[in-house]
Design a protein around this ligand. Structure first.
Ligand SMILES: [Zn+2]
Length: 202
């Protein structure tokens, strides 16, 4: 273990967990973190060292803050690390959806968006949603590529409204985005923030 990696943990996994606790109190919170969903139980993967999504979910449960945690992972790629940890530990209290598997069951972005609220129904019983609002599903992303900017706004709007309408606390983070110039990625994250404000502070 590198000390630098250990020192970073309060700002990565720790940030997401504490933002989640804040969301339980305030309804909504943001953790400006990424690099979680490819990290497995035994190893890191791709740009991910530790799986802060499942760490937060486990802490929320073990500290008896919620019974059931939803992880809505809309980074473009398959959340293989999250799946690995859920299966390895038999975590029945986590409801998990990963765009990297789910999107491809639909005929395109409009079909996906049209059924998204229904696809989110298994999350209605969760005590909190962890929403990973990746920027790499954008069609201009070199490692992604399905959604227009407007469709990404709609994606975020559907997720935030789903949580708000049902009174489910939601915490969100950033995840992948690889466009150049990097300002394009920041613009997409800013769009998520704007939609968040639109829904939670109309
Ligand atoms: Zn990704």
């Amino acid at each position: 273990m590198l000390k630098e990696v250990a020192d970073s943990l309060p700002y990565t996994s720790g940030s997401l967990y504490h933002a989640a606790v804040h969301a339980l109190d305030q309804g909504i919170a943001i953790s400006p973190t990424s690099g979680f969903h490819h990290a497995k139980y035994h190893s890191g993967g791709a740009f991910c060292t530790f799986n802060g999504l499942t760490i937060a979910a486990q802490l929320l449960r073990s500290r008896q803050k919620v019974k059931r945690v939803g992880i809505v992972d809309f980074d473009c790629h398959y959340g293989n690390g999250t799946v690995d940890i859920i299966e390895h530990l038999g975590l029945k209290h986590i409801v998990h959806l990963t765009y990297g598997e789910q999107f491809h069951r639909f005929s395109g972005a409009e079909a996906w968006l049209g059924t998204l609220t229904r696809e989110l129904q298994p999350f209605a019983q969760c005590g909190i949603l962890i929403y990973q609002a990746g920027a790499d599903p954008h069609r201009d992303d070199p490692l992604g590529g399905d959604l227009t900017t407007e469709q990404m706004l709609e994606r975020d709007r559907i997720v935030f409204r789903f949580a708000k309408d049902r009174g489910i606390p939601i915490v969100w983070n950033l995840a992948g985005g690889y466009q150049q110039p990097f300002g394009n990625v920041l613009d997409l994250h800013e769009n998520t923030l704007k939609v968040c404000l639109e829904v939670f502070r109309p």
